[in-house]
Design a protein around this ligand. Sequence first.
Ligand code: FAD
Length: 223
Amino acid sequence: LAALLKTGLTADCTGLDIEEETGNLLQTRPAIGGNIMATIKTPNHRPQMATVRPKTFSPLIEDYESKGELVNFDVTQDLVQTGAKLIEFHPIGEGQKGVQDAEVIIAGGMGLRKVENMEPVYRLSKMINGTVGASRKIVDSKWIGHEAQVGLSGHTVKPKIYIAAGISGAVQHIAGMQTAEFIVAINRDRNAAIFNFADIGLVGDAVEILTELAESLESEVKR
Ligand SMILES: Cc1cc2nc3c(=O)[nH]c(=O)nc-3n(C[C@H](O)[C@H](O)[C@H](O)COP(=O)(O)OP(=O)(O)OC[C@H]3O[C@@H](n4cnc5c(N)ncnc54)[C@H](O)[C@@H]3O)c2cc1C
């Protein structure tokens, strides 16, 4: 559409603003492999167009009184002309929602220490109908697939509850989960950055705390 209108487009924005003096749209997005946040302006062309990274913004309530015409239409396959070809399809694990659509996420980080210690994460996740997420470090260590990665080079998520277990709270991770409605952080280090973003912080061993939580929920269910 941008090409047809002979204008520019900034894709995958994580922040949008308007420059008061000029009316330029300020389009912020990660650049150079996510190492910097670049703010892009298109002063010479109109209209100004941008797309946003899923879950970065809460959708507005439709306002038919606003300036401009609001048109709803279904996007069907025949409307999309693409040179892309489907080579393989890898579904997400059975019964697992993708992290992007999950309402409850239990994310593990390097503080779990070894892949076997992911077990209480899955166990608790099953108990509360959650989805397992991950920091990049454990994805890079191949404990879990990239589809679970939360953060700048992973997914941006907006669940009702986000439990971060053994995750330090690096800016690149925070960028993907700070829009969660309620954040629980578990970390052995009481000065860990993740606690600055948490609604509840639990200082202690992540494996012990997750196991205890799962056990107490399991015994509640048995009653
Ligand atoms: C361009 C770029 C993009 C990136 N994109 C992403 C991204 O999308 N997502 C992402 O997550 N990262 C991303 N990163 C990496 C990021 O900078 C961090 O390296 C990563 O998030 C750290 O992962 P972590 O918190 O699991 O591990 P660590 O930094 O090693 O932290 C482990 C934490 O566990 C705690 N801990 C240790 N033992 C225990 C225990 N027994 N119980 C409880 N807590 C314990 C420690 O105190 C520490 O806080 C990116 C980096 C770059 C440069």
